[in-house]
Design a binder for this molecule. Structure first.
Ligand code: FAD
Length: 423
């Protein structure tokens, strides 16, 4: 085995999902070990948006103050048209915090990851690196993770938080990641290098034909985070090598000066092809459960991927705590069933809405103009769009708020509804 010390829960993957779940369970008094394939625990040095449904959980964990110190609390989120630069709609994030009780924040990914890593260390989580899991087995009394180097490790429960390319997901589904043909470029740079006046009190999103551009401040305004996303013509043509930097400049050639100014600053040595997966409703195989991107990798347009992973661990830990008897014995089957009763449906909604959101953002022609008209008519203080996401995380299906749907997003092609064919 990897270690002589037996644990209750073995978590595969030390990303934000794995570490936050490890902390949530350790804080309930369980012995937890995390197996991470990489040499070191870490995250990409770019930004992450965390909405009230996440900061509420950070508060419950006693970690919100640390996050506040490391992050930025913007005052508004503004959506603009990427072609003409005009404002389409905005969220007042000060009022949003009043409405939901917790802030909307932006934070460096490695800072949020570091907060959970330190919290795990304080809570006594056994953190193991250089441990690549290559197989899973249910046993009579629990489950086993088989390591690529021939070792094995066992616990009462194994949680697979091994990301988009999850090996454990094969126990439950035969699906593959779905390519969106979109690619993301990122940059997190010192603010002096921005080369233009940037209003760091905003999270800014410019939406345009087959592209969008996001920017916001990080680390108390010392840094600027930018994300440039576009549809790759090479991907559409079926080429292997798609999303390359030559495509970046072309994709933003028709955008407004504010967006164009940001493009030369993007990192060009790395890019992220955007994949998600179709939703699956079964996440538990015996004593093995999926969590985070392994269960529900989204397109990032709702900025809820890491948040859903954090919610998963919080929900699971609450159900574990509720099913422990006076001798400390836990009804694990009950806890896993309760987890599986509530989380897959919530995440299914986010995944399908993210796909529809992407279509809406990337419209062209008449459809784009119709979208702009609809968005401009939206009341800034109308929260019907966000209620089902930013409210308290549901522990049971009954607590899950109804999804906002002026139109049935799951069954209708949004582009058709808004304006039909490209003009
Ligand atoms: P991962 O972060 O993928 O972690 C998986 C871990 O498991 C890794 O450390 C990996 O090394 C390890 N691992 C994998 N296989 C094995 C194995 N076999 N054995 C051992 N270890 C293994 N989300 C938000 O909430 N807000 C945002 O603003 C946001 N913006 C985004 C912007 C972009 C451009 C992208 C691409 C994503 C964004 N997301 C956002 C989504 C978010 O990044 C992911 O949903 C989240 O990081 C998933 O966390 P995870 O821990 O489940 O998976």
């Amino acid at each position: 085995t990897t270690s002589a010390n037996p644990v209750d829960v073995l978590i595969v993957g030390g990303g934000i999902g794995g570490l936050s779940a490890a902390f949530a369970l350790a804080r309930e008094g369980l012995r937890v070990r995390v197996l991470e394939q990489a040499r070191e625990f870490g995250e990409v040095g770019a930004g992450l948006q965390i909405a009230p449904n996440c900061t509420r959980i950070l508060h419950d964990y006693g970690l919100l103050e640390e996050a506040r110190r490391l992050g930025v609390l913007p005052k508004s989120m503004v959506m603009r048209d990427a072609v003409d630069g005009s404002e389409l709609t905005r969220l007042d994030l000060v009022d949003l915090e009043r409405t939901y009780g917790f802030p909307y924040m932006v934070i460096h990914r490695s800072d949020l990851h570091g907060i959970f890593l330190r919290a795990c260390r304080r809570a006594g989580v056994d953190l193991v690196t250089d441990a690549r899991v290559s197989g899973y087995e249910n046993t009579a009394s629990g489950a086993r993770a088989l390591l690529a180097d021939g070792r094995a490790d066992e616990a009462r429960i194994v949680i697979a938080a091994d990301g988009l390319h999850s090996g454990a997901r094969r126990l439950l589904a035969e699906d593959e990641p779905v390519s969106s043909s979109y690619v993301a470029y990122r940059a997190a740079i010192p603010i002096e290098q921005a080369g233009r006046d940037v209003d760091l009190s905003e999270v800014s999103v410019h939406v345009g034909p087959r592209c969008h551009f996001v920017h916001y401040g990080l680390r108390g305004g010392e840094m600027l985070n930018q994300v440039a996303v576009f549809q790759s013509p090479k991907a559409l043509a079926g080429e292997e090598n798609w999303g390359t930097p030559d495509e970046l400049d072309n994709a933003f050639a028709e955008t407004c000066p504010d967006v164009q100014a940001g493009i030369p600053l993007m990192w060009r040595d790395r890019w992220w092809r955007m994949f998600d997966r179709d939703p699956i409703m079964t996440w538990v195989d015996g004593n093995i459960a999926l969590l985070g991107d392994a269960a529900h990798p989204p397109l990032q347009y709702m900025a809820q991927g890491a948040i859903m992973a954090i919610e998963d661990g919080w929900v699971l830990a609450k159900h574990v705590a509720a099913r422990r008897d006076e001798n400390g014995a836990i009804d694990w089957q009950g806890a896993l069933a309760a987890y599986e009763a509530v989380r897959p449906e919530h995440c299914r909604r986010v995944l399908t809405t993210a796909r529809a959101w992407g279509e809406l953002w990337h419209l062209d022609g008449v459809a784009r103009l119709q979208r702009n008209t609809l968005l401009r008519a939206r009341d800034t203080y109308d929260y019907s769009f966000t209620e089902w996401i930013y409210g308290p995380t549901a522990l049971t299906p009954e607590e899950e708020p109804p999804m906002f749907s002026p139109i049935p997003l799951d069954s209708v092609d949004v582009a058709d509804l808004i304006g039909g064919a490209e003009a």
